[in-house]
Design a protein around this ligand. Structure first.
Ligand SMILES: O=C1C[C@@](O)(C(=O)O)C[C@@H](O)[C@@H]1O
Length: 228
């Protein structure tokens, strides 16, 4: 199942693929967090859902819980891209800048699967020029360049929206969100400035990042604001 991100994609973020039926009313895809799942490849074998999957195996250095070596972590994503249900794979920009990461991205693309080049900052929002450079680099390495940073005030949130708009204006395909309470509204507003992916848990108690709305709420907000 292809995922090309020409339009906004709302992803139900989960470690449990049996959540998929409950996501169908609001989500365009399911982000499957392999790093949070008990037996991810068994879950992929058993998946018979309708929504395409984004496979993520988050690096512990960027807030994830993937185990094993970097090569094993990335290899699991290459394996995931072999499944027809997987339409995109999330690989951290830092990994894409290594030979192993670049090789896995090549395998993923050979399987007809999109690459989301992601970068995360759980401490702060970079200053404007750094954020611009980060989004440009991510968009250069991936089919979508993603930055999930942490806002502590309204200035941070505005910087994320401004960077999103600037990236979109220069023709880069990006996905952005400002994590945390101060950035929560950016999850609904960033799509208006060109952000192509939003993430929300089906169950509010199963958030995969700080400040996420639940799926139904984010779907409604983005719809009402005109972001999809
Ligand atoms: O990178 C992201 C974005 C995210 O961290 C968020 O802030 O919604 C949620 C993660 O599951 C996903 O892989």
């Amino acid at each position: 199942m292809e995922l090309e991100f020409d339009e906004f994609v709302l992803a139900a973020a989960t470690a449990d693929l049996t959540d998929e039926p409950a996501a169908r009313d609001h989500a365009d895809a399911v982000e499957f967090r392999l790093d949070l799942a008990a037996d991810p490849l068994v879950a992929l074998d058993d998946y018979d859902g309708e929504l395409p999957l984004i496979a993520t195996n988050r690096d512990p250095a960027e807030g994830g819980e993937a185990e094993g070596s970097e090569a094993e972590r990335l290899e699991a994503l290459a394996t995931a891209s072999d499944y027809d249900a997987v339409g995109a794979v999330d690989i951290e920009l830092a990994s894409l800048r290594t030979s192993v990461g670049a090789s896995v991205a090549e395998t993923v693309r050979e399987n007809g699967v999109s690459v989301i080049a992601s970068a995360h900052d759980f401490e702060e929002t970079p200053h404007a020029s750094r954020l611009d450079d980060l989004l440009a680099a991510a968009a250069d390495h991936g089919d979508v360049g993603k930055a999930a940073v942490t806002a502590t005030d309204r200035d941070d949130a505005l910087r994320v929206l401004s960077a999103t708009h600037a990236a979109t204006e220069r023709g880069d395909r990006v996905a952005t969100m400002a994590m945390g309470e101060a950035g929560q509204h950016t999850r609904a507003v960033a799509p208006l400035y060109g952000s192509k992916i939003g993430y929300a848990p089906v169950d509010p108690d199963e958030a995969t990042a700080p400040g996420q709305y639940d799926l139904a709420t984010l779907a409604d907000l983005v719809e009402r604001l005109g972001g999809r």
